[in-house]
Design a protein around this ligand. Sequence first.
Ligand code: SIN
Length: 507
Amino acid sequence: MSSTTTEATESGHRSDTAVSGSAACRLLPAVPTALLIAGEWRETRARGVTSSLEVENPATSEVLATVVDAAPDDATDAVDAASAAFTSWARTSPRQRGELLRAAFELLTDRTEDFAAIITAEMGKPLAESRAEVRYGAEFLRWYSEEAVRATGTARTAPDGSSFHVTMRQPVGPSLLITPWNFPLAMATRKIAPALAAGCTVVLKPAEETPLTALLFCALLTEVGLPPGVVNVLTTSRPGQVVSRILDDPRIRKLSFTGSTQVGRVLLEASAKGILRTSMELGGNAPFLVFHDADLAAAVDGAVIAKLRNGGQSCVAANRFIVDRRIMGEFSAALTEKMHAQVVGPGCDPATTLGPMINVRQRDRAAALVDSAISDGAEPLLFDPVEPGSAFLSPVVLSDVKPGSSIAGQEIFAPVAAIYPFDSEEEAFRLASDTDAGLVGFAYSTDAARLSRAATSLECGMVGLNRGLVSDASAPFGGVKHSGLGREGSEAGLQEYLETKYVSYPI
Ligand code: SIN
């Protein structure tokens, strides 16, 4: 086991950080551990505050780094910086903003291995998945480097012929971006790239569990020439106080949040005071429908992707496998075999296909959901004993889960496949929509008309037909019902950071 040796430099960069716990784990790149405000890496302004923010490796529980713990006064400084930089950033040419994003795409792609190593170290996912996240995250930079020049308006003669109407699109203003721990890079680029393309400045608050990736990415943005104050980063163990301070500041005009529905609701209430524009990417409860006429091998492959990407810790993870009773036995056996074949271990070991969960608390929550589903009558097809005090959870498969069980009503966020039988297409669609969530749904069938009915019937913002993954920078990601407001990715993602101004003059 190697120990972590780090030294803070004046620039706030750690000079030498090593992952502990496995010889297979590579050295990590130097990562900033300070706050980024107005282009400076700096300490907190809070006096007499003793708390610090330690970042742990979920595979070993060892401390990877200690980052600066922002207080509310730092939040005000970050808003000062974002607000001061706004006018000049909004006036840069769209081409200039696009080229800066393109440069960030190139550099991030060149540094895939560094970013993948940091993501794995602080979040736990296997290196191959971290590399995939870097590709996914980089695509938002590339996509919005191209979209920056396409914030088009309209022009029209009024129907009565008396005036001419022109609409223009203008940046909404300084924006607060709050990102989750499960995709620490991609969720940051998915928000930062359209905000910058639109001409907005931002304050980014990454999740407490995974701030290092965001800090490394913001260092990259400064390296490619982003002007001071355009992107500011606050790492904090007091998100409530820091976020409240920002949302209470009238200079902030927009909030974009990815996280749970519960927290989203609180943030929406807090945003009402300032009548903020909001984008909310909240929890899911994805149904994964398998009809009797599905290509079973394809459905099982899709199920593994939809369930195990990110260890099931994704809002688009398949949460309820709703399977025609006639093929439930065959589907369950094939899925169990694939889930059983996963290699569970530290993400930095190249053999690992399933890393630890983000922490012991989340692992224990998932294990409790499994226990209660079994008490309610579900049949455990795969369930290894859970080791106390560890963040690892081996894949679990539960068959014939009762629709009233608590596992059916909430995001499992773990490598747990819960299978529910259905006897008719109508029942399948009814079960699928029997939830407040409406993010994504999946359906497998070889009948085109049935797939079309599934696309229409599923009450969600995204549908995967005969595929278990819909996430793509060029597609509008978002949900209906309690899964959120607005869309990220695609041209729709840019609109979230633009206001329409209408100008009228007589003709
Ligand atoms: C999420 O889990 O919040 C996002 C997942 C994705 O973009 O695929």
